[in-house]
Design a protein around this ligand. Sequence first.
Ligand code: FPP
Length: 225
Amino acid sequence: MDGNGRWAKQRGLPRLKGHEQGAESVRAVLRAARQAGVKYLTLYAFSTENWIRPKDEVEGLMNLLGVFMDRYEGEILKNKIRLRVMGQIERLPENLQKKLSKLMEKSAKDYEYTLIVALSYGSRLEIAEAAKAIARKAASGELDPETVNEETVAQHLYLPDVPDPELMIRTSGELRLSNFLLWQLSYAELYVTDVFWPDFREEQFFQALEAFNQRGRRYGGVVTQ
Ligand code: FPP
């Protein structure tokens, strides 16, 4: 969800205003994704690297996430969206952790769509943690190291039951993966747009889906469409 800061700067506004408008884009994209029948949507809201941003911005973002959960809880539940999170959740402010836990529990009862928010997330860390968990099992004899394969690693990531993303959208023209879902994105189609995240709404999301639909996906094989 890149470009919130630049969006604000262009308008002479504080960066946090960009994040606030970005939260409106989250709502718009959630609506569009539901309309299009997208079952899983993962948003990279805060990376492990983002902690080094100015204290005010970090606090403002954490606050904004809490406000979002409070304000749109009804909308999330009504639309049968299940909230899940991935990352170092224990590093988040305690009140935000509580809000997230409550909504995760409530929204898990009856859902059709899944919204995953990556918070204090880093993909290398996720993979390292998976390696640690596998090593522990091997050391205790629970698992034979010779049987470790791709499936074993995938099963030890944060959300092993979530399918790999088919499409990765990056806004504001950045051409990097920035430590996001490195394992899971192996076969994903990449879509980059120059639009800043606060301006990325329904129309832009449908354009991304349209571009995705034009691609011939091969998974290393030959083109079939
Ligand atoms: C990156 O833009 C954006 C972020 C670090 C924060 C994204 C968070 C939100 C949009 C808040 C709402 C989220 C949810 C899930 C409700 P940037 O600040 O790096 O922008 P820049 O590259 O232009 O500086």
